[in-house]
Ligand binder design. Structure first.
Ligand SMILES: [Zn+2]
Length: 530
């Protein structure tokens, strides 16, 4: 059991973490074996044992397949897709991907190896000292795991138990993921059908052919060269600003320091102080669908799970959506895709563009772990160029600034695709990041310990030459708005104003692009006044 469950170790990148998980795995297997030993009937015990081992072997091969082809182990997102898959679709997948002579050959060889391995392990019990040594290892592992579980109780955490059920034993992991995927889908379906999906439009004079919304991730305005940061982290956007096609907004904050709550407010009428839940409010995509827009959601973020669901609700409401990779919040990926992998999705989508298009590109941006956000060949800054109290802070900032620099290049690649079109491109980060500026102990963002650095975000609006010629007044309104104090929980008002669409909930004084914009609005981040 232990040997066929070792694949999870390949998802970790440090020896310490792998050892930790190995000890947990030992404990998980001890518990499982002990439970089976409690079955009083010998035949039943044997059947359960064989089924468990058989399933583990099947999952071993599935894990290896996923690790090779999808750079990660199957997770909740995969389970959800599986649950929603029809037999015909499943057969289509098998025909396209699995009926491959190399794969089948590999499977046969693999099964042979596993058979030999079992044979060898069974014989091991007669070798002197082996059973005793193994027993010691299992005992130490069990004590270590139980110790950590006790520690968790005092810290009010469930880290160890979660690791045991989600990460140690493939049978247990798959079972939990299947159950969680099932419940998540049921909850998700409920949220998906709430709100006003066919809002009545009071006015629809929309005509802009391409409205593009780049939704960034964890990017702090204070690390962007274009906003005065000493390192040149945004050469592309700075050049576009100099050429007069890009306006940067200097005083924008997000309502929260975390993706989920920030996203709930970004594209709905739900704002600070509103009652109920975000999904009870009318969302932008339902309005735009009614207004005749072809709505598109392209994402390099999670497909499902606690951090993925809000984005997915919006995605499902769009005319089309695509994700670079189907992964969930608890996913064990060896390598996340870089944001550049969203570009082929965009090119494909643009081939089917309609008369009026609203396209969201949800990036991974500069989310932790910063050094995994860009290919190492892209590295632009080193710790020696950074300011900071110690080497750790300097290195963290060098990674973060390189991620910002990479984000700048991705934004540029996206804008390039709309330069010759009649298009407006809006960029905003979901929230910002404290790169150990206020909290010196740890970099990141969170609703707990929320500070101003976690909400002070960049916002930029690019307009193409064709757009500027077609909408001179609107272009002027965008330029005039650059220094207004804005919070992104009112983004829906700004976008509807920009696109000239009105509904009963739309308020011009909440749109940053409007001449009646209320600059005196009290802004809140979390529950604090800004
Ligand atoms: Zn976020």
């Amino acid at each position: 059991m232990l040997l066929v469950n070792l694949t999870a170790l390949t998802t970790l990148n440090s020896f310490g973490k792998s050892l930790h998980l190995f000890l947990y795995q030992c404990f998980a297997v001890v518990c499982l074996t002990a439970l089976i030993a409690l079955i009083p009937w010998q035949r039943a015990r044997k059947v359960v044992q064989d089924v468990l081992i058989g399933l583990s072997v099947v999952l071993l091969f599935t894990d290896i397949y996923f690790a090779c082809y999808y750079q990660g182990l199957p997770d909740q997102a995969i389970m959800e897709v599986l649950i929603a898959t029809t037999a015909e679709e499943a057969w289509g997948y098998v025909r396209a991907n699995l009926l491959n002579i190399w794969l089948i050959g590999g499977l046969v060889v693999g099964l042979g190896l596993v058979y030999l391995l079992f044979h060898f392990v069974v014989k091991l019990r007669y070798v002197k000292g082996v059973v005793r040594t193994l027993s010691y290892v299992l005992l130490v592992a069990s004590l270590f795991t139980i110790g950590n579980m006790v520690k968790d109780v005092f810290k009010h955490k469930d880290k160890t138990v979660k690791s045991l059920t989600h990460n140690c034993c493939s049978v247990l992991r798959t079972g939990t993921q299947f159950y969680e995927g099932w419940t998540n889908m049921r909850n998700f379906e409920r949220v998906l059908h709430r709100g006003n999906l066919h809002p009545r439009l009071l006015k629809n004079s929309s005509s802009i052919p391409y409205v593009v919304f780049i939704l960034g991730e964890s990017t702090s305005r204070h690390h962007l060269g274009i906003y005065g940061y000493p390192l040149n982290t945004t050469p592309y956007m700075a050049a576009r600003e100099r050429s007069g096609n890009l306006v940067k907004f200097t005083d924008v904050i997000s309502p929260h320091g975390q993706t989920m709550p920030a996203l709930g407010k970004l594209f709905t009428f739900y704002r600070h102080g509103a009652k109920g839940a975000w999904y009870d409010y009318t969302d932008l995509f339902s309005i735009l669908n009614e207004a005749g827009y072809h709505t598109v959601w392209l994402s390099n973020q999670e497909f499902s799970g606690i951090y993925g669901n809000n984005g997915r609700v919006y995605a499902e409401r769009c005319s089309e959506y695509a994700f670079t990779k189907l992964r969930g919040s608890d996913s064990y990926t060896i390598k996340d895709p870089y944001d550049e992998e969203i570009l082929p999705l965009l090119d494909k989508s643009l081939k089917g563009a309609k008369a009026k298009n609203f396209i969201v590109l949800h990036l991974m941006g500069t989310h932790q772990n910063y050094k995994f956000r860009f290919p190492e060949t892209f590295r632009s800054f080193s710790a020696t160029e950074e300011k900071g109290e110690n080497d750790k802070i300097k290195q963290t900032r060098a990674d973060y600034d390189t991620a910002v620099r990479y984000n700048d290049s991705i934004m540029n690649d996206i804008i390039k695709r709309f330069e010759d079109k009649n298009a407006v491109v809006i960029y905003v980060s979901d929230h910002a990041e404290d790169v150990m500026e206020i909290n010196k102990k740890i970099a990141g963002h969170s609703e707990i310990g929320l500070n101003r650095r976690m909400v002070e975000i960049p916002m930029m609006v690019f307009t193409s030459k064709r757009f500027q010629t077609a909408y001179p007044m609107l272009t002027a309104r965008i330029r005039n708005a650059a220094n207004r104090p804005f919070e992104t929980d009112d983004m829906i008002h700004a976008l509807l104003d920009l696109m000239d669409i009105h509904t009963a909930d739309y308020k011009p004084q909440l749109s940053v692009f409007n001449q009646h914009f209320d600059a005196k609005r009290t802004r809140y981040y979390g529950t604090k006044k800004y």
